[in-house]
Ligand binder design. Structure first.
Ligand code: ZN
Length: 109
């Protein structure tokens, strides 16, 4: 089977520090990318995944489930980083993610 992947989006994922995984998207067959935040995403079609419990494979994640998991991991991150004010880049990243989450939960994202 011949796939046509969005190479530009995949290159952008790599530039953002994502790592190409040996696992592939069930929907389109493109390789999945894992971000430093733990986000696993198909850079071709945008489907989100998470590690299946007790397994090295992945399962698809709905947008709602993804937002819930991201909110939980964000809260854990905030607990760890809130008082490290010298870690300015990390704080900016957390604030940006919070804004994005807020917009998505508000239905404007
Ligand atoms: Zn895909």
């Amino acid at each position: 089977m011949v796939y046509k992947f969005d190479v530009k989006r995949m290159a952008e994922a790599l530039q953002k520090g994502a790592v190409m995984m040996a696992l592939h998207c069930e929907a389109c067959g493109a390789p999945l990318f894992r971000y430093k935040t733990g986000r696993i995403e198909c850079a071709n079609c945008g489907k989100l995944y998470r590690y299946a419990p007790g397994s090295a494979s992945v399962e698809e994640l709905s947008k709602v489930e993804y937002n819930r998991e991201e909110a939980l991991s964000l809260l854990r991150e905030i607990e760890k980083h809130l008082f490290k004010v010298e870690d300015e880049l990390r704080m900016k990243s957390i604030i940006e993610t919070l804004k994005k989450l807020r917009d998505e939960l508000a239905g404007t994202g």
